[in-house]
Structure formats: C-alpha cells, structure tokens
Design a protein around this ligand. Sequence first.
Ligand code: MG
Ligand code: MG
Length: 276
Amino acid sequence: MSFRSSKIEYKTNSQILKMREAGLVLAEALDTTVAAAKVGMTTKELDEVFESVITKHGTTSNFKGYHGFPATICASVNEEVVHGIPGDRVLEDGDVLKIDGGCIVDGWHADSARTVIVGTADPEDQRLSDVTEEAMWAGIAALAEARFVGQIGEAIDDFVSGREGKRLGILEDYVGHGIGSEMHMPPDVLNYRSGHRGPRVKPGMCLAIEPMLVRGNIETAVLEDDWTISTTDRSRASQWEHSVAVTMGGIWVLTAHDGGAERLAKYGVTPSPVVP
Ligand code: MG
Ligand code: MG
C-alpha cells in the first residue's frame, strides 16, 4: 500500500482543543467500558455502557451510522481483528476483546481503541496485547521527531521485529489515518516499513495511530455481516489506538488523559499541549 496523502487537513489550535475535548470524553468512555468487560457480559451491553458515557457528556458517536454501522463501538473478539458489531455474544474467560470507539465535539472527531483480555489471560494473548500497545507508543514517540509520516510505521515495525520469541504479524490490510473534521481522512498511517516515506509531518496534522497485530498469518477476510474483519487462520489479534496531534512544540496524545506523558517518558518525549 502506498500513502494516500492528498488534502491533508491542518488544524488550528482551537480546532485541536475541540478534538482534545472529544478525546477526554472518549478516554473516560473507554475506561468505563473496559472496566465493565467481564465474563458473562454481552458485547451489546458494553456498547450501551460506552454510549451512556459519551451521551452524558453531550457528545455524539462517530461510529453509529457510519456507512450504516449500527453501534457506538466496534467489539471484536479473538480472531476478529476490527469492525465487530456488538450483539448477543457473551464474553467468556480468556477472550481477547478489542473495543474501538469515538466521539465528536462541535464537529471535531476523536478515535481510540484498546484490547482487554476478559478474565484469565493466556500468556501468549497477554504478550500479543502488550506488544501491540507498546508498538503503538513506539509509533507515537517516533512522530515526535519524525520528518515524514512513514517513520511511524518504521518505528512500529522495528519495535515488533525487536521482540524476543515468535514474531507477531503486523496487519497491512488496515492502517491508521488522519482525523479531524471527519473520522477517516488522509494521510494513511501505515504500521510497517513500506519503503515510502509518506507526507511531511507538519504542525496541525492529527493522526490516529493504530497498530493491529496477530499471532499468526496477516491475511484477513470480511465475515458475512459485511463488517467484521477476521484473520483467515483464526489466530488471535490485538488493536490499540490513540488520536495524536502534531503541535508547534511537539505532539499531544488527545485520547490519553495525561496527553501521553507517562507512557512517552521512557522515549524522552514530553507532550506539548496546545494552550487556549
Ligand atoms: Mg478506531
Ligand atoms: Mg481509527
């Protein structure tokens, strides 16, 4: 895949602050939904938990109605990677659940996802989630110094390749994206080393960085519901995602309560918030 980079939207500081408002509501909604994800819950019940939080804050969902999507979160279990539709499926001990959600404040979008392992985790599933999460942070940290968007995927790829043990696969069919006045905008944000440097990183650029890793083959297929993306070998998958702004002074993780401070410290990166 090459980079789709036409018509990148560069945000003003006040627009970034709207996205931050959405990002903070989203962080709280994901906190609450992750905490509610227990054995015996259905994915539909989790969708209701998420929706109640974003509604309480007066924000609207950018997932519900998106090309007809019927819910406020994507809930994808085990070999399902992304775009799972919440429903009657009951969560079982050891399930690897991906919760992906978003919301809008005054037309400005936020998008974030987490993996939660329900009940007792298989150690290899825990490793899958941990490596995916840290790969996301390695990609976010790389953005702080990057001249080109392609350096994010290079950092993610290098981090995953550098792990001991069996190498996890990085999905190539689905990638991160620009975000702002719409949820999905140019440029594409690849999670792997592609040989293309991509567009130049500039202040005002806002990107959703979302590596998707699998324990087996990276080949995927769309299930019969026309939404759910699953690995074809049924190996388990993880997804983690944050929306990140490039500011005049660096980067700011809009969907992390602390702007990314704690997780970025070990990379020597300090968040650089926009000041009202
Ligand atoms: Mg998402
Ligand atoms: Mg996204």
